[in-house]
Design a protein. Structure first.
Length: 117
């Protein structure tokens, strides 16, 4: 069984921020996604795992269609959406925002598990 799939620094553009000015235009965000699929045996078959390309496209679309004040909310909503859309036991979503002039980025991490697992 595969332990996890990781997508590093997926670039997305979304509207997130407390001031209206931050949400006026989509801003660059990066996401680190770690996925723990529900897999019994891979058998070298894509149908037996989670398609990471589909995950990346799903996340890009989700972020582009939502507007949040807090990156914390964005992270937890992405995690919940991925659990609902894909055959996952657990997901970790780190959202990085480039807003502070004296820092590389600010980030939050949401870890969620499928309650049925």
């Amino acid at each position: 069984m595969i332990d996890r799939i990781h997508i590093e620094q997926l670039e997305v553009h979304g509207r997130v921020g407390v001031p209206d000015s931050e949400r006026a235009q989509p801003q660059r965000l990066t996401l680190n996604l770690t996925l723990w699929p529900k897999i019994a045996e891979l058998q070298d078959n894509l149908a037996n795992t989670v398609n990471y390309s589909a995950v990346a496209e799903c996340v890009k679309e989700f972020v582009s269609q939502h507007d949040y004040k807090l990156i914390e909310t964005l992270g937890e909503q992405i995690a919940a959406h991925l659990l609902a859309q894909f055959n996952l036991r657990k997901v970790e979503v780190e959202v990085r925002k480039f807003v502070l002039p004296d820092a590389n980025y600010v980030s939050v991490t949401a870890v969620r598990e499928d309650e049925a697992t």
